[in-house]
Design a protein around this ligand. Sequence first.
Ligand code: GDP
Length: 436
Amino acid sequence: MFDTLSDRLTSALQTLSRKGRLSDADIDATAREIRIALLEADVALSVVKDFIARIKERAKGAEVHGALNPAQQVIKIVNEELVTILGGETRRLTFAKNPPTVIMLAGLQGAGKTTLAGKLALWLKKQGHAPLLVACDLQRPNAVTQLQVVGERAGVTTFAPEPGNGVGDPVDVARRAIDEAKRAQHDIVLVDTAGRLGVDEELMKQAADIRDAVSPDETLFVVDAMIGQDAVTTAEAFRDGVGFTGVVLTKLDGDARGGAALSVRQVTGQPILFASNGEKLEDFDLFHPDRMASRILGMGDVLSLIEQAEQHFDQEKAEQTAAKLGSGQLTLEDFLEQMLAVRKMGPIGNLLGMLPGAGQMKDQLAQVDDKHLDKLQAIIRGMTPAERDDPKMINASRRLRIAKGSGVAVRDVNELVNRFFEARKMMAQMAGRFGF
Ligand code: GDP
């Protein structure tokens, strides 16, 4: 999901980052590229229009300030606006003051409701809740059994009509489930309702009847993110027919263009609460607009890193270092200074975790500790100023002397020097990519 959109947005913004100052024409050209990227990703036209208008207005009015160059400011604006259309803050479930909290799931057949019921049940259980799953999809053959199966896998109880009583009345089942939840002390009731292949009146009426019978605290509209523009029309139909308090996007692991994710919040006015990204019960999490935006921009959480840097770094010094970074002329002296500045910003593992691509390096990051940094610092301090300036001169005999002087093994000095050269090369490449 979002791969093509990410690529296009990144390339639109990269063009900017090679420029020092931005003219209105530069901003217009970038806005045009962003617009095409969004439309191709199937984002609803009304959403695209508003988005582009805000980007242009903010980018043109942006004051040059702080540690960000104009191109970086545009990236920051695009990121912030993406977060806004995705819903801003992460919205969490609302729980009833008097349990049980009733959560009703609605959506088309195949949207992933039953799977979601299991995922949500497991997720809630892990947080110490005792959910009860309720099978109110009495239309689709096997829907009840399917819910019972996911319930078992999640290790939660499923309430279903007894077999042999005909089709049964979903409204009656929902009502009795609430009584059962109170009796058996379930603090959450998750009601799975029937879906159809398309939106129809009977489906809406049944969902509305169940809603009236159980007065849900949350009605979650479950929508398959792969269905593109249709997601928006379906969402509107459910909003008008049943009403809902939040959206769950499913199948975000698919390779669709992702426009649904970007449109549904703005079009329906309701927040996205959860994202489902796979068939396994664990493939599910809260939906975080900010993380999704970073993912779309393919930037890890570089922006938080920039913001923290703005607060902690000496601007002039940072600019000099950035210039050296870009040209591959960073010295060990700069490296030491940056390391000291970075340490003021917090545990190093957290900072590195914000870098692009760091997601796959989590385990290694966990090992980067501050003690290791103390060692690096000691080694650099054991070097002469000339060696820090031009690490290439650090030959074998110098390495031996530095190791002795700073109380470490020669291996440690070798590792630091080699890593430094690697990092310098990588940073120069990254600087080229993002214009830092
Ligand atoms: P319902 O008709 O709304 O209850 O939909 P189901 O829960 O039966 O899901 C329909 C199909 O989509 C099933 O084959 C699920 O395994 C699959 N599915 C549900 N959620 C996801 C998801 O997040 N990713 C993927 N890849 N498949 C999913």
